[in-house]
Write a new protein. Sequence first.
Length: 287
Amino acid sequence: MEKHQLVFKEFDIVKKFENSNATVSELRTGVFAPIEKISSTSKTYTQFIENQKKRYIETSWGKTVIKGNILTQTHRDLLDCLFAGAKEIKELEGGAIAIYFSTSDILKSYSGTTSRNTKWLKDKLDEIQTTAIEFRTTDGEDFYSFNIISSFAYSTKHKSFGIVITPEYRKYFEDQLTVNYTKELPKLLKVKSALLRAVIRFFWTHAQASTMSIDNLLQTIGFPMESIRTKQTAIKEIRDSAELLKDYGITYEPKTKLIYRKGSFDNSITFMSTPNRTKELPGLSEE
């Protein structure tokens, strides 16, 4: 294996947050649905309400339950911007992690402009804060239950806004393999389609070449399979976006219904393990 194909670094937990965007497992188990927002009239939302505000997702890498809200790529985009644009990240007593940032900088990095306002950002952070997540690996060896954010407020001491990451999410983040695509984030955020951003993020969790069927891919990224027509529309969007995906090394073959990425990453995509754990998340491609 060439060194640039898979880069593992071991730092303390603050360094891990400073040098990561997300856990590999979050991007492989549909935690953040590949949509911009959920419609209250959609079948997915109706089922969510019928299940007492719970969304169940099962993939080859794990089983996930989302409670309280349906998280989307918009929430993932904002968390990426927060992690990448943090002014300071520090560990608090009790294991929580504080992330300080400029709201104007985050909004600008998110949309390229300041068209979004602070209230909108606070509303999205509130949705993340009030969402509970349960994650269990396929082999049943690991189980986690957490909210990502416990609170957010303006800090007069740091003269900036801040969020507090819960000790439970910190533990999950510490135990899991994480991926850093901060260098590619500005380019990713220009991709208008939430579905395509989710597809790209998924393939960034594989260190080398990876292939899967289009059906399995849609299930893995948590695409709402509301009907055959909805699924066909998603596949058509992927098929019609061949040139864009090619720029990320991703190819969809309509005849075989396989989607794959060839080649390896340069240092623009890196992975980070944890100081006290060497086990890799099942399913990481190393072939």
